[in-house]
Design a protein around this ligand. Structure first.
Ligand code: SF4
Ligand code: SF4
Length: 433
């Protein structure tokens, strides 16, 4: 039972990682426009050039967590396809952790030829996630800072031409970028993407998904994010990402994959055990900063724009218990009475709801669960100062926030809670203009 939540030392208590991110190299031939690593290290001290993870170090990690059965990601700010030894590394991982699922995140644009690719898949690689955020030579140069768009296509064709090419390509997923036109000024992005998707389908790829990658050079408010964009601690301290162990090529352990340098590390696995690392002063400092909602304490978090997660309902439930604790005994306003309300409302039984607001209040009964149903316009009155709890599905929260903010520009609740907590809220770049 890990309640109350801010129990610094989450991993050291449970030692149950759902995923291990193993950076195999810090080398990369690309220069992506959104690269956290490149952008951060213009400002922060860096030992970014750690090179490749030594095989002995990799084996040390594999022995540190015997029989790990979760997901192993070979990615993290470096291009694994540069490594001649990548197939050997995957075989080693599979020998020690036969039940793990092993995935490579790559731009796949370093042309390696069919034999290497075949060896890669035959080594036991379960999946390849290809980040492909531009679909013409020129756009690729702009977004990925690389002239190797052709290398990606050549690799796909080389894979297709192997005897077991069809089977290998079923393990491949292409990841595209959301909002390419707005965020990065790519003209006709959608039609170019569709044309490339057809090429990829012709090679035998059937899986496609989308990612959010935000520009790091947007101006960011100094020292902390606005209430509207960060209403609860980052999911790295409570959600699905709390179960990820992030290890750099030099065996530094960091809180999440956005920590790409050596400016904030939790410990090093050559020098310390996992137990020591997850009880280190830096680990406590990191957790405490977030539970006190002081991300400004940690420079990387203060700049971070990937405040999002796919946490499971039980994780969101644990956070709801913490959220409810923050407003126990207070008068509050609820927003929404749908599925999220039914799932999470009982956590907030120690608060005193004065109203449930809903955009379509007129079509609802005058009261739900004994709480008066009102239009959002009550927020212009004294209720507007009370804490607001928005019960909404993850995809809807951002829209609700945006609408409230534009309809009531002066609205500033004492506290804002989104339940279930989620980080699907994209950065509001218009706020920062
Ligand atoms: S491929 Fe990854 S590490 Fe390399 S520049 Fe792009 S974002 Fe950065
Ligand atoms: S705010 Fe960003 S950098 Fe900080 S822990 Fe969360 S995801 Fe990582």
């Amino acid at each position: 039972m890990n309640y109350p939540l801010p129990n610094c030392g989450f991993h050291s208590i449970y030692q149950q990682f759902s995923a291990v991110y193993l950076q195999q190299t810090t080398r990369c031939p690309n220069n992506c426009i959104f690269c956290a690593c490149i952008k951060q290290h213009r400002k922060l001290p860096s030992r970014r050039n750690h090179g490749d993870m030594a095989m002995a170090d990799l084996e040390h990690i594999l022995k540190t967590i015997p029989g790990f059965r979760g997901f192993v990601s070979l990615g993290m700010s470096g291009e694994g396809m540069l490594l001649d030894t990548m197939p050997e590394r995957i075989r080693l991982i599979k020998r020690h952790w036969p039940e793990c699922r092993c995935g490579l995140t790559t731009t796949f644009n370093v042309y390696r030829g069919g034999e290497y690719l075949e060896e890669l898949f035959e080594s036991g690689l379960d999946g390849v996630s290809i980040s492909c955020y531009a679909h013409t030579d020129d756009d690729y140069k702009k977004i990925h800072g690389s002239k190797s768009f052709a290398g990606l296509i050549k690799n796909l064709e080389a894979l297709k031409n192997r005897k077991k090419g069809k089977e290998y390509l079923q393990r491949v997923k292409l990841v595209f970028l959301n909002d390419m036109e707005t965020l990065y000024g790519v003209a006709n992005a959608e039609s170019k993407r569709v044309a490339f998707e057809n090429v990829a389908r012709g090679c035998g790829i059937e899986r496609f998904s989308y990612n959010d990658c935000f520009p790091w050079e947007q101006p960011v408010q100094p020292d902390g994010h606005a209430l509207w964009s960060l209403p609860s601690p980052c999911s790295v301290v409570w959600g699905q990402r709390a179960g990820i162990l992030n290890i750099h090529a030099n065996l530094d352990v960091v809180p999440c994959c956005m920590f790409t340098g050596d400016d904030f590390i939790l410990g090093n696995l050559r020098e310390s055990s996992l137990e020591e690392i997850f009880n280190s002063p830096n680990w406590h400092f990191f957790n405490e900063s977030w539970w006190k909602m002081q991300p400004g304490n940690i420079p990387v978090c203060n700049l971070c724009q990937i405040y999002r997660d796919n946490s499971r309902p039980e994780e969101a439930g644990r956070l709801a218990a913490w959220q409810a604790d923050q407003i126990a005994g207070q008068k509050v306003v609820f927003y929404g009475c749908g599925e999220s309300y039914r799932m999470y409302r009982s956590y907030f039984n120690r608060s005193e709801p004065v109203a449930i607001i809903h955009d379509d209040a007129g079509s609802l009964p005058p009261a739900i669960d004994g709480i008066p149903v009102k239009s959002p316009h009550i927020l212009t009155g004294p209720e507007g100062k009370l804490p607001l709890v928005i019960f909404a599905a993850p995809a809807a929260s951002a829209t609700i926030l945006k609408r409230l903010k534009s309809t009531f520009p002066d609205y500033s609740p004492e506290k804002l809670i989104i339940c279930p907590a989620n980080a699907y809220i994209k950065p509001d770049f218009s706020r920062l203009d």
